[in-house]
Design a protein around this ligand. Sequence first.
Ligand SMILES: O=P(O)(O)OC[C@H]1O[C@](O)(COP(=O)(O)O)[C@@H](O)[C@@H]1O
Length: 402
Amino acid sequence: MQSSTVPTFPTTFYPPKTLFVPSKIHSFPSKSSILAENCHLFRPIMASLSGFIVRSQMSTSSSGEKGFSTLSEYMGEGGIGLGDELVLLFEHLQYACKRIAALVASPFNSSLSKQSSFAGGDSGSGRDAPKPLDIVSNEIILSSLKNSGKVAVMASEEDDAPIWINDDGPFVVVTDPLDGSRNIDASIPTGTIFGIYRRLAELDHLPREEKATLNSLQSGAKLVAAGYVLYSSATILCTSFGSGTHAFTLDHSTGDFILTHQDIKIPPRGQIYSVNDARYFDWPEGLRQYIDTVRQGKGRYPKKYSARYICSLVADFHRTLLYGGVTMNPRDHLRLVYEANPLSFLVEQAGGRGSDGKSRILSMQPVKLHQRLPLFLGSLEDMEELESYGDVQQKVNPGYEV
Ligand SMILES: O=P(O)(O)OC[C@H]1O[C@](O)(COP(=O)(O)O)[C@@H](O)[C@@H]1O
């Protein structure tokens, strides 16, 4: 867990001037003022992107013109009753994630990873040592949250303790700034995961350290919003504000996240399981039986399942959300606060389920910031079938060195 300054090589492809700042704090600007001040947010019906014609979900602007719906536009005009403060926070989060997207695609990554000052070599070793880009991504997100003025505290997987930012910030942000980064040298997809809670005003009188921790330990049931950004062949920001799960794809030519997957519904049954099954011999009997059964097409769904495992949680989760099935890590590895809660919120909003193999994730009360647990996310029918085997949590947990 180290901190450093953000490196100076060019990562800022989308200048901060693209930030949309509501003109008033307590009432969202009218459609016409949004149009006047932010005409760049409205896109023609078809847009040319790097020579390809792309289609997207359409929205209708107040002028009656059809256009692409950007995330900013969607939040402002979607009739979903989001306050200006959350909209503003999302503008800054989007900006941070665009910078991270540029960073993970940068030709300067390999030289960065050779700099020992970023490598965390002194503070850790092996596969759990922080990778340089984790640390840089953490700095980028922290800086954006500070700039938003809307965040009281940020708790990050990269930091030992939560960072108190602003006494008046209405929100608490929990994040895994760059999940899957152990594979980054091979350009395998990575992702940012985040969850947003309200600051608990009843804790305001407590010392900073204490209120920072307690605010960050809220149950996932209290999430106001959650999301992830997948850095892959496309950069996709998938989010929920508690009314469905929606995904927006980054148009690299404009810097806008365009609504491409509205109201995602995870198929009730998939035909894919996703797990590191080299660990088969460390699994409990129930999990082995489940996997043996669906592999052979002898489960409740009479078709043989396929296996897919990227070993990058956001990428494995994103595929599961779209295609159905179940993605899992049965050992105590993934974190309740930074990973399990936000992703469970998203999968539930899409009609699926998130559990530790026994209990619903969102009903759990975190007791420690970096608490780890088995995690199973997926289609309702697959999750029910998996959990019916009872014994699916891996207790043998040797801490694999890869
Ligand atoms: O080694 P396992 O158990 O397959 O774990 C893989 C999982 O660990 C992660 O890499 C996260 O681990 P870290 O938090 O240590 O980076 C996920 O992206 C991935 O799904």
